[in-house]
Write a protein that binds this ligand. Structure first.
Ligand code: ADP
Ligand code: MG
Length: 256
């Protein structure tokens, strides 16, 4: 996979973050080319969620820098935090999908997808409605546009959440255990939407415990442990033939 500076859409350089005495991210370096799909795996507590949250500044790093599609921020002593406007413009570049869908319960599926572009981006309502309708169709939920979240299955809710993130036209999509809260029979429909996005060329970081999916869709697997990237390489190498004992030991818990 090419990794020249020019076509890197995500660049994380020497990123560090501690919570009190606990160093959660230690000198993380990760570069992802446009259209790259990275599956981020690792034990609970290894810092995967914190890394994604640093990437869209939901968590403010202590040091290092992050860059998404040409906009960079550096952190550390003497560095000033970006102002609110710069911060929200930067956040809008990354679409986040979480384990729990956080849909607005009093809004229909369509209204949930329309909310960001209508309220945050203040786009014309007719255009927003047309795009939201197309996005619901894309995630296979054209017939659920008027349904409220309470009347949707977990898999359907998560697909609405993906459509909602896409409505902001992000440069990259970050998935944090998007299928972990789902009943097993509902996992496939969400993974298939994610797979479709990957094949359309969306740049994605996918935190997942679905190792077979990671292997299939990721063009790279990154294994983290204790705030450090231990291993980073093509799926066939990291999964079938890991270099590090820690990776091997982690993977032994899964059907591959
Ligand atoms: P993962 O997603 O790999 O399970 P996390 O990034 O959620 O790991 O957490 C890494 C470590 O940081 C854990 O020990 C967790 O308890 C700790 N942590 C995460 N967020 C906070 C926070 N806001 N305050 C204090 N500790 C946190
Ligand atoms: Mg996590």
């Amino acid at each position: 996979m090419p990794e020249t500076t020019e076509d890197a859409i995500i660049r994380i350089h020497n990123l560090s973050k501690s919570f009190g005495a606990l160093a959660v991210l230690r000198d993380i370096n990760l570069t992802i080319p446009r259209g790259g799909v990275v599956a981020l795996i690792g034990p609970s507590g290894s810092g995967k969620s914190t890394l994604l949250r640093c990437l869209n500044l939901l968590v403010v790093p202590d040091g290092g820098s992050v860059s998404v599609n040409g906009t960079s921020f550096a952190f550390g002593p003497g560095r000033h935090l970006p102002g609110d406007r710069a911060l929200s413009a930067f956040r809008a570049r990354t679409g986040m999908v979480f384990q729990h869908f956080n849909l607005f319960p009093h809004m229909t599926a369509l209204e949930n997808v329309m909310e960001g572009p209508a309220t945050v981006l203040k786009q014309p309502r007719a255009q927003v409605r047309a795009e939201a309708t197309a996005l619901l169709e894309k995630v296979g939920l054209a017939d659920k546009a008027d349904a409220y979240p309470a009347h949707l299955s977990g898999g359907q809710k998560q697909r609405v959440a993906i459509a909602r993130a896409l409505a902001m036209k992000p440069d990259v999509m970050l998935f944090d255990e998007a299928t972990s809260a789902l009943d097993p029979e509902l996992v496939g429909e969400v993974l298939s939407v994610m797979r479709g996005l990957a094949s359309e060329g969306m740049t994605m970081i996918i935190v997942t415990h679905e190792i077979a999916f990671a292997r299939d869709v990721g063009d790279r697997i990154v294994f983290m442990r204790d705030g450090v990237i231990v291993e980073d390489g093509p799926p066939e190498q990291v999964i079938a033939n890991p270099v590090h004992d820690a990776t091997r030991s982690f993977l032994s818990h899964f059907n591959r």
